[in-house]
Structures are given as C-alpha cells and as structure tokens.
Design a protein around this ligand. Structure first.
Ligand SMILES: NC(=O)c1ccc[n+]([C@@H]2O[C@H](COP(=O)([O-])OP(=O)(O)OC[C@H]3O[C@@H](n4cnc5c(N)ncnc54)[C@H](O)[C@@H]3O)[C@@H](O)[C@H]2O)c1
Length: 247
C-alpha cells in the first residue's frame, strides 16, 4: 500500500478520499485540517508544520489559502501532489507552476472523466458551429465558496476564440447581446454535486452538451487515480489531459 496525506481531510471531499483510498491501494497516514483530530483512523493536524507521518503522495481538497504552506511542505519532502482545490488567483497558479519545476503536481478543477470528455466535445462543437451564441451554466450546492466554478472557467477556455467576450452574469447590462459574447452563469442551491452545461444557440436550433455529477465520489476516484498515475512521474505540472493521453 502507498502512503497518502490528505489536505482538507475533514471536508466533504477529504472524507470521500479517505473512504475510497484503500480501494485504490493507498493507506491514509495523516490529514491536515483546521480542527485537529488525533483519535480517528489517522491523525489530523491543523497545519503542515505538525505533520509527522512520511507519505508517498498528497491529495488536497481544501481552500486556496492553504497553497503556500502545502507547496513549501511538498517541496521540502519531495512529495507528489494532486490538487483539486478551486478558486486559485493568477498569482497562486504561478506559484503552482513554479513549484512544479521541483516536484510532480497534478492540478484539475474537475477530476471526473466525464468533464474531461465534455471539454473535448465542447471545443469541437464550438469549432463546428461558427456564429452560434454560446452560454455556459453551472450549478452547485449552497456551500460552494467560489463562482463561477473552476470547471465553468475551463469550459470557457475550451470554447473561446481570440475575439470572444466572456460575460459573467448580465446584471446591469442595457445593450443587447454582442456576437462574440460567451455568457457564464452560476446557480447555487441545495446539495447539487456539480452540473455543467454548454449551450449553442443558433437560428431556430439549440444544441446543449451537459454533465451531471451524481455524487462527489466521482471526483475522489479521479483524484486517487491521478495520485497513482503521478507516483512515478518526474517534476512537472500535469493535467487530466496528460493522464488521459498518458503523456
Ligand atoms: N477538482 C474537483 O474535482 C473538485 C471537486 C469537488 C470540490 N472541489 C474543490 O475542492 C475544495 C474543497 O471542497 P469541499 O466541498 O470538500 O469543501 P469543504 O469546505 O467541505 O472542505 C474543505 C476543508 O478544508 C479545510 N480548510 C480550508 N482552509 C484551511 C486552512 N487554511 N487550514 C486548514 N484547513 C483548511 C476546511 O476546514 C474543510 O474541512 C473546494 O475548492 C472545491 O471547489 C474540487
């Protein structure tokens, strides 16, 4: 069994990773989260300076503010990391790229295979439907902090062209829709694990491509698969595409 650290261990995703780890050949040797818990199946400590266990890999589903201490710890311990946290700023993404020159890092704002496929299809459809208006809608549970979702932004990246004009919500707009606009809209409510839809609106016809995550277990399985894949990789920043194309 390979040894795993979980950052954000007490969160929704952290707990899901812990419950699926054994099925993927990992034993969880420690966790990091705000409130310590030393009497569970594995110790959870409040920051990286208190981690005692040696590990083969780390999976993080926490919050962007943890990134600095996480990367410092991972570089210091030469630890491959899978990062699932969303909402990073540009500066944080740069820090991530810089760290990836020293250690193997896997980053994806969405760990599901289905979303990987949706992105490829969305890109292809955008190329095949010039002149269609594109709108992206995402829905998540009422506890999600960032919006729009990292996945909606990744879908935007997949469908946009050089002259596209992303529009986040339309509050306060008084002019009609510009041809190159791509609307991005966030819905928040209940317990929705994650829905994403890319709509292509033409003259008298509409095509929609959509993905529904039925349970966040799908993200945990993807992250654990990524951790296994990452174990023997050299330093670098890897994505779902790298794993799926087995680069
Ligand atoms: N990439 C994906 O496929 C994917 C899927 C689901 C969620 N997410 C993202 O993963 C992150 C976590 O999601 P979640 O639903 O598990 O959230 P959550 O709020 O249930 O869990 C986050 C955990 O991190 C801990 N934490 C946050 N900041 C901390 C800090 N500074 N120090 C110590 N612990 C800290 C919190 O105490 C909490 O237990 C979010 O950014 C979410 O958008 C990504």
């Amino acid at each position: 069994m390979k040894k795993l650290l979980i950052s954000g261990a007490k969160g929704r995703m952290g707990q899901m990773i812990a419950s699926q780890a054994a099925g993927h050949g990992f034993t969880v040797v420690g966790g990091i989260d705000r409130a310590e818990r030393l009497d569970g199946d594995f110790p959870i400590v409040r920051d990286f300076s208190r981690v005692e266990a040696d590990a083969d890999a780390l999976i993080d589903f926490s919050a962007p503010m943890m990134l600095g201490s996480l990367l410092a710890y991972a570089i210091g311990h030469n630890l491959p990391c899978v990062l699932g946290t969303t909402g990073y700023t540009e500066a944080e993404m740069e820090a991530l790229s810089a760290a990836a020159r020293r250690i193997p890092l896997f980053y994806s704002p969405n760990m599901s295979l289905g979303i990987y496929v949706l992105k490829q299809l969305a890109k292809q459809a955008a190329q095949m439907l010039p002149g269609f208006d594109i709108e992206i809608v995402e829905k998540h549970h009422n506890q999600k902090a960032d919006s729009p979702s990292g996945t909606a932004l990744a879908l935007l990246d997949a469908v946009k062209k050089a002259d596209s004009l992303p529009v986040f919500g339309r509050e306060g707009k008084t002019a009609k829709r510009a041809p190159g606009e791509i609307g991005v809209h966030a819905v928040r409510g209940g317990t929705v694990a994650g829905d994403h839809e890319v709509g292509y609106y033409g003259d008298h016809e509409v095509i929609t491509l959509s993905h529904h995550a039925q349970d966040r277990g799908v993200f945990a399985a993807g992250a654990l698969r990524a951790a296994t894949w990452l174990l023997d990789k050299p330093a670098g920043l890897y994505s779902m595409q790298d794993m799926m194309e087995n680069k």
